[in-house]
Ligand binder design. Structure first.
Ligand SMILES: *Cc1c(COP(=O)(O)O)cnc(C)c1O
Length: 464
């Protein structure tokens, strides 16, 4: 088999990267000074870099490599499909077998009545589809003034202009602005913002901001609410148990559309096929990407309920689509990925084996002097770093300083664990085995110990 090989030394590759490659969400000049880490190969949960380090990937790439690296079946399906039909589009009254088969498979897996799929190339594109779709839906229903979409602060829905506007991240809005007709309510982040309330009280309070917002905008102007069942990029913020039932009540009461962004929480991540099932949410539309193909090829989409699909199909064209909507090679790979998930019972592995095994050890991290709370749903987890657990205090240093130092120790110990502010997050491949979980925890403890020593030595273990 032909492979891309490169015999250049790491330093030369780093210099070329620094000269020519603009990285996403990166301070490129700082990275150029430091030198980028270059991944070379991977198998299961293990990455290997150009220096020969074996790194435990606690993030499944970017929350996507759910069935793990190096699955030959996916490569074989891609090679076969490229030779059979490398590309054809799904516009203008044509389609192909992979798109048909994948749409049917998704309808089988998704909860009722979500039976219709609009394909995109990524999660961001799928959310851009959703913006246009919900507005067009109300338009067809004779209520074109229903255009506003309510989303949440610190939510993440992607980084195109539309998806970045749905997201509630000030840093993203600051670079390029925000499209009109999207408003944000607060996030259900009890640890940071719950004050003296119980998590349950705080969950209700945050959910009721949706009702307040609908009333202040006028329900006749509101198209939809969008949320991630668990905020991922926002720091794996698991909402209090009261939150989603109250959101569902409000959505039902006012008859607006509910979009569940399942780009991370879909395909087994939470121990069910979809996060909506884990939290008892009944969305009209689910956004999917990432784990859909386990990241082997880019593909995303919107799974749409019967009623919305029926309305969308009742009045001529929907003037929207991407050249690569339902790309045959990506669709064939996604289909094979889902078949492997079913055949190997990977969702059951998460629910019955990996989650219970990791949960006990993950919660054990709260015995560390710097760890306040530990949250884990399925295989999506976070820990809050704090200088004072009882007060849930923040560090006096700029938010993210301690998190970044901790992440640097993880990196040095060949564990990929990300930081969001001063929260550490994990989302390992779903196929992770108990002995690999032990190794993840061992490296996490070591990294936390080292980070704690550094933070104390630098005088940063101080509450705000
Ligand atoms: C990653 C992500 C997206 C964006 O997906 P891309 O494929 O990066 O465009 C959207 N929503 C959520 C919840 C995500 O985590």
């Amino acid at each position: 088999m032909n492979k891309i090989t490169n015999h250049m030394p790491t330093a030369e590759l780093q210099a070329l990267d620094a000269a020519h490659h603009m990285h996403p969400f990166t301070d490129n000049s700082a990275l150029a000074r430091k030198g980028v880490r270059i991944m070379k190969s991977a198998k299961g949960v293990w990455l290997t870099d150009t220096e020969g380090h074996r790194i435990l990937d606690g993030m499944a790439g970017l929350w996507c490599v759910n069935i793990g690296y190096g699955r030959k079946e996916l490569a074989e399906v891609a090679a076969a499909q490229m030779q059979e039909l490398a590309y054809y589009n799904t516009f203008f009254q044509t389609t192909h077998i992979p798109a048909i088969a994948l749409a049917a498979k998704l309808a089988e897996i998704a909860p009722e009545p979500l039976n219709h799929v609009f394909f995109a190339g990524s999660g961001s594109e799928a959310n851009d589809t959703n913006i246009r779709l919900v507005r067009r839906y109300w338009d067809i229903k004779g209520q074109p003034e229903k255009r506003i979409i309510i989303a949440r602060t610190n939510g993440y829905h992607g980084s195109t202009m539309g998806a970045g506007s749905l997201g509630g991240m000030a840093g993203i809005h600051a670079h390029g602005g925000k499209i009109a007709g999207i408003v944000h309510i607060g996030e259900p982040n009890w640890w940071d913002q719950g004050g003296d309330m119980t998590p349950e009280e705080f969950g209700l309070k945050r959910a009721r901001e949706l009702e307040d917002m609908i009333l202040s905008l006028g329900v006749e102007n509101v198209a939809a609410f969008i949320g991630e069942p668990i905020q991922g990029a926002g720091g794996v913020i698991v909402p209090p148990s009261t939150y989603w039932p109250e959101i569902q009540r409000i959505v039902d009461k006012y008859g607006i559309l509910l979009i569940a962004d399942e780009v991370i929480t879909g395909f087994g991540r939470t121990g069910n096929w979809f996060g909506s099932q884990t939290f008892g949410i009944r969305p009209h539309i689910m956004t999917i990407a990432k784990g859909l193909s386990s990241g082997y090829l880019p593909i995303g989409g919107s799974i749409v309920c019967d009623e919305v699909a029926e309305v969308m199909g009742s009045k001529g064209d929907f003037n929207h689509g991407y050249t690569y909507s339902g790309h045959p090679v990506a669709a064939a790979v996604a289909l094979k990925n889902l078949e492997i998930m079913q055949d190997e019972k990977i969702v059951e592995h998460v629910r019955d084996v990996a989650h219970p095994y990791l949960l006990e050890r993950w919660q054990g991290l709260t015995e560390h002097p710097m760890v306040g709370e530990a949250k884990l749903v399925g295989l999506m987890g976070s820990i809050a770093l704090t200088p004072d657990k009882a007060r849930r205090a923040k560090f006096a240093s700029e938010t993210g300083t301690v998190g970044y130092k901790t992440r640097e120790r993880c990196f040095a110990n060949d564990l990929i664990m990300r930081h969001v502010g001063d929260r550490m997050i994990i989302s390992p491949p779903l196929i992770i085995q108990p002995e690999e979980i032990d190794e993840l925890i061992r490296r996490a403890w070591k990294s936390l110990d080292e980070a704690y020593a550094i933070v104390k030595a630098e005088g940063l273990f101080v509450a705000r």
